[in-house]
Ligand binder design. Structure first.
Ligand SMILES: Nc1ncnc2c1ncn2[C@@H]1O[C@H](COP(=O)(O)OP(=O)(O)OP(=O)(O)O)[C@@H](O)[C@H]1O
Length: 237
């Protein structure tokens, strides 16, 4: 049996009497790319904020590598790299220096920092531009630098909230290839939210669809199942 990397168990979030997320349960196995979909306001960001420990569920719990985010927060979140809001970098510093700065937070020695930063820059394909200032980077490059940042702690699970937002077709293709490499070569497990159904259809092994805070569909996609049709059918009910 495959190892479960992320488990969301009966998670609800209620604010001022209103459920933003209601009783959501699912799990994601190792090496799987899982797409999270839902119309605007469905609760995707709220759910992702609970998965990454930014807010607490009203009920239920999230487990990462079997560690509870509720009761063993630090240990559980060690295994997660996430881009929830747009990654923030110092624009007048180089990509490499931005990463070096962040790598210090992981308690590595100077030589370990250089090695780790070099490694993540190579993974995201930014090694040739690493010594240029971030303000000269395209949006796609900034997103890849954000992914490099989330890889610094060598997490098992990556959570990416709308990473393709605003990217041009080239940037989108590069991002898609990077996500597939992270899965295929590095064995990462990835949860990704997006409105871009075609993009998700191309890369996801598993799909979650939420509507008004509730999980209305979870499962695998096959060649015959068109994601756009499934999505429209479910959200217009
Ligand atoms: N702190 C909060 N207090 C009250 N309501 C909130 C709060 N945060 C979010 N909401 C509401 O919860 C619902 C879900 O919001 P959320 O941002 O999670 O949706 P989303 O699926 O990410 O939407 P989008 O696709 O537009 O980004 C929305 O109706 C939003 O207005």
């Amino acid at each position: 049996m495959k190892k479960t990397v992320l488990e969301c168990r009966n998670v609800s979030k209620r604010i001022r009497g209103k459920y933003l997320i209601k009783d959501v349960t699912f799990h994601v196995e190792k090496g799987v790319i899982c797409g999270l979909l839902g119309p605007n306001g469905a609760g995707k960001t709220t759910l992702i904020r609970m998965l990454t420990g930014l807010i607490r569920p009203t009920k239920g719990d999230v487990f990462i590598q079997n560690q509870s985010v509720g009761t063993m927060r630090e240990l559980a979140l060690k295994n997660v790299g996430a881009i929830v809001e747009s990654p923030i970098f110092f624009p007048y510093m180089t990509g490499r220096d931005n990463l070096r700065n962040l790598a210090r937070l992981h308690g590595l020695s100077k030589s370990e920092i250089s090695k780790k930063v070099k490694e993540v820059l190579e993974i995201v394909g930014l090694e040739t531009r690493a010594d240029e200032k971030v303000r000269t980077y395209s949006l796609g490059m900034k997103q890849r630098l954000g992914i490099a940042q989330s890889l610094l702690g060598n997490p098992e699970l990556l959570i990416l909230d709308e990473p393709a937002n605003g990217l041009d077709p080239m940037g989108m293709r590069e991002l898609r290839e990077l996500i597939l490499t992270l899965k295929n070569r590095y064995g990462k497990t990835i949860l990704i939210s997006s409105h871009l159904l075609d993009e998700l259809q191309k890369i996801c092994d598993q799909i979650l669809i939420i509507r008004e805070g509730e999980l209305v569909w979870k499962g695998k996609l096959d060649q015959e199942k068109d994601l756009e049709e499934l999505f429209i059918e479910l959200v217009s009910q």
